[in-house]
Design a protein around this ligand. Structure first.
Ligand code: NAD
Length: 359
């Protein structure tokens, strides 16, 4: 594959590759769109088998961030950074300082934050060499762990989905949660407090035990979660949970969770719809985390303190957008995943036209 042939390249404004011999940094920063504002998206550190694989991931993820930020009504475009390396053995302060220099080189067109393999502590090293970093642990603008806000959005989304699909509230409804890590555990607590019954799974026994002890959840094996007798399936682990193998096994009437890329592909989105399951598009329902990060970017930009009320306003607006996606899906008899993609693209194109007209 060459860069320009990749289907994932489509629409990208820029792709930047950096190599720092001294620290060993090899990273790619993909900027999909700055139409709505500077591109924002986390930095992932992963032992990619090749530079092509890293590039493909960076491109795919940066475009997804454009869609997510547009649906969250943020004045931010989409971008993503990937560092090629093993986060368990290859992290050093010098590596993240070099990464900060790479971000700075992009000249404010890209804001970074944490993602898989990168922690707030790593970002504090990047902060020494760039302004364009959020998700920090200290200072008045710091937004803290985004997971509780992500979980709150997913909780509200599930409430909305259950009302729409089953015409009831959460009391007595059974929710099957795949993955009780950061987002899944907060979500389990919220659902339990609302009277929902829980079936949970994880590959991490400690996390499972802690959540089960707090919520009375029934624990099942990772493979059995797809067969659980539950009205809602909430993927909160890795991508691709809903695929051609798992979909026929699901009993749920609603799919709504925190994980990114829940549908293995667009065909599965169509199959979910044809099977009469209400799917709440992942990058809409899980937008709470990036809203929280955006709150920090806004505070840093303005030299102000982080404002939780601004975050709450955006989260409430996100839930209205989610409702609009589901309304349109119903009215137009089309999968919600298709409707969300179309709305996100339209929001980005509109911003690009306005920017062009203003130039
Ligand atoms: P996390 O790593 O804390 O939690 C994921 C959990 O899934 C872990 O406990 C892990 O053991 C478990 N898991 C992994 N493979 C599994 C399997 N096959 N079966 C069952 N459990 C499995 O991550 P997180 O921050 O909670 O994020 C969860 C998902 O939500 C990810 O897809 C992430 O990209 C997405 N997301 C997170 C946020 C956020 O604010 N943290 C925001 C948006 C999207």
């Amino acid at each position: 594959m060459t860069l320009f042939d990749s289907a994932a390249f489509e629409g990208h404004e820029g792709v930047h590759a950096f190599f720092d011999e001294k620290s060993g940094l090899k990273c790619i920063i993909a900027v999909h769109s700055t139409a709505r504002g500077p591109a924002a998206g986390g930095c992932r550190m992963w032992p990619f088998p090749s530079a092509d694989a890293a590039l493909e991931d960076a491109l795919r993820l940066s475009r997804a961030m454009s869609y997510k930020n547009a649906m969250a009504d943020l004045e931010l475009g989409g971008g993503k950074a990937v560092i090629i390396g093993d986060s368990r053995t290859q992290k050093t302060p010098a590596l993240f300082e070099a990464f900060g220099r790479a971000v700075e080189d992009v000249g404010g067109k890209y804001w970074t934050a944490e993602d898989v393999g990168v922690s707030p502590a790593d970002l504090m090293h990047a902060r020494k060499t760039t302004r364009y970093v959020a998700g920090l642990t200290g200072g008045p603008a710091a937004s803290g762990d985004p997971s509780p806000v992500t979980a709150e959005g997913v909780f509200r989304g599930i409430t909305l989905g259950v009302r729409r699909a089953l015409n009831r509230d959460l009391d007595g409804v059974t929710v099957a949660i795949q993955g009780v890590g950061h987002v899944g555990a907060y979500l389990a607590d919220k659902l339990h407090a609302a009277g929902a019954k829980l079936v949970i799974t994880d590959v991490n026994d400690e996390a499972l035990k802690a959540v089960a002890a707090r919520t009375g959840a029934r624990v099942v094996s990772p493979g059995a979660i797809f067969d659980a007798e539950a009205e809602v399936f909430a993927p909160c682990a890795l991508g691709g949970a809903v695929n051609a193998d798992t979909l026929p096994r699901l009993r749920a009437k609603v799919i709504a969770g925190g994980a990114n890329n829940q549908l293995a592909d667009a065909d599965v989105g169509r199959a979910v719809y044809d099977q009469g399951i209400l799917y709440l598009p992942d990058y809409v329902i899980n937008g709470g985390g990036i809203i929280n990060v955006a709150g920090e970017i806004r505070a840093l930009d303005r030299g102000e303190a982080f404002d939780p009320a601004w975050v709450e306003g955006k989260l409430a607006r996100l839930m209205e957008t989610l409702d609009e996606v589901l309304d349109r899906s119903k009215a137009e008899k089309r999968p919600a995943s298709e409707v969300a993609n179309e709305m996100a693209k339209a929001r980005i194109s509109r911003a690009a036209e306005q920017k062009k007209a203003a130039a």
